[in-house]
Design a protein around this ligand. Structure first.
Ligand code: NAD
Ligand code: IPM
Ligand code: MN
Length: 350
């Protein structure tokens, strides 16, 4: 039998509710296969900060680094919560984990499952993956404020993009596109305005394309992507893009494929120098927290991505199959978070 050590970070809001269901489903998939998950829970998030003044202390980060993978719920306070400085929890926990553990690929698959309802009238077959950069771009924390509070205030966030960072991301995207049926790669940027970073991305894609003669490559400005994602999403296969653009278009991708509650995310360190982290695309959803209203499917599918990453594609596919089955039979009818988790466990065991 195989044992994997898993750091579990439930976090804030609906995080603990959706993570509990993912843990149930993971157990149901792993136990019969002789896979043991040795879990260690870390109580990080807004409440923890309020109680202790700690976000992610160095020794906790090192303990997490020592695990094989991380299952993450969501962190972040409600927008109106004045006790907590805006973004502190997200930056000091979530972004700190992504940056410290070198999660340079933020992998976000979007699939329109049968039984789910897209807000688009005629979405067609939707099955694409966004390969979002995870450790650079405008998220790098570069910039500052001059003359704060005055009429002459100047606020900057400087996007950081390195040849190394772009190359390893684009390499991953080409490999992924090459492994898929349609073998299509779309670079998404805004190189008509962001000429420096945009051209670095474009040059990197152009140079690598020769190594992948079977992959069809194209380019779209990010604003145009929002058009095609709503009018013709079936045109996409693999999209590769920078950190901020990837954040924005994956919320849209979640919405068109039946809701953000279905969209999973893998924060991948593809060199395996540190544990990768799996989470839903969505946040802590303070508006529905504690009411068993959250859809746990995104986190359950993130659990499947985790098993695949840990070398268990068969169990990952079993989980996806159970999710598909449950959506087909029960659709998106309102059920409690736990009922959805239970139904997926039942489908897995059927
Ligand atoms: P959000 O994703 O939390 O919520 C947006 C909307 O989607 C809300 O109406 C919410 O109820 C709904 N929603 C989200 N997940 C759902 C689910 N599983 N089932 C059903 N409905 C769901 O985004 P937001 O409101 O912009 O952010 C709330 C907090 O979460 C903020 O503090 C933000 O910074 C944080 N956040 C954290 C993460 C993360 O930890 N990875 C990601 C995004 C946002
Ligand atoms: C996400 C979130 C995060 C991001 C925030 C909470 C920092 O929106 O995971 O998509 O912008 O990456
Ligand atoms: Mn986001």
């Amino acid at each position: 039998s195989t044992t994997h050590r898993i750091a579990v970070i439930p976090g804030d809001g609906i995080g603990p509710e959706v993570v509990a269901e993912a843990e149930k489903v993971l157990e149901a998939a792993c136990v019969p296969a002789g896979i043991a998950l040795e879990k260690k829970s870390f109580p990080l998030g807004a409440e923890h900060w309020l109680a202790t003044g700690q976000t992610l202390p160095e020794e906790t980060l090192e303990e997490i680094r020592d695990q094989d993978a991380i299952l993450f719920g969501a962190v972040g306070a409600a927008p109106g919560d004045t006790r907590i400085p805006s973004g502190l929890i997200e930056r000091d926990i979530l972004l700190k984990l992504r940056f410290s553990l070198d999660h340079y690929v933020n992998l976000r698959p979007s699939e329109l499952f049968p039984g789910t309802v897209s807000p688009l009238r005629d979405p067609g077959e939707v099955d694409f993956v966004v390969v979002r950069e995870g450790t650079e771009g405008p998220y790098a924390g570069n910039g500052g404020v001059l003359r704060q509070g005055t009429d002459q205030e100047i606020a900057t966030e400087v996007s950081l993009n390195t040849a190394h960072g772009v190359r390893r991301l684009v390499r991953f995207a080409f490999e992924l596109a090459n492994s898929r049926e349609r073998k299509k790669l779309t670079l998404v940027h805004k190189h008509n305005v962001l000429v420096n970073a945009g051209h670095l991305y474009q040059r990197t894609v152009n140079a690598m394309a020769a190594e992948y003669p079977d992959v069809t490559v194209d380019y779209l400005h990010v604003d145009a992507v929002t058009i095609f994602m709503t009018t013709d999403p079936s045109r996409f296969d693999v999209l590769v893009t920078d950190n901020l653009f990837g954040d924005i278009i994956t919320d849209l991708a979640g919405a068109i494929t039946g809701g953000i509650g279905l969209a999973p995310c893998g924060n991948i360190n593809a060199d395996r120098t540190a544990p990768s982290m799996f989470e839903p695309v969505h946040g802590s959803a303070p508006d529905i927290a504690g009411q068993q209203k959250a859809n746990p499917v995104a986190t359950i599918l993130a659990g499947a991505m985790m098993l695949e990453h840990l070398g268990h594609p068969e169990q990952a596919e079993q989980i996806r199959g159970a999710v598909r089955h449950d959506l087909e039979v029960n659709g998106v009818q309102a059920r409690s978070t736990a009922k959805i988790g239970d139904a997926i466990v039942a489908a897995l065991q059927a």
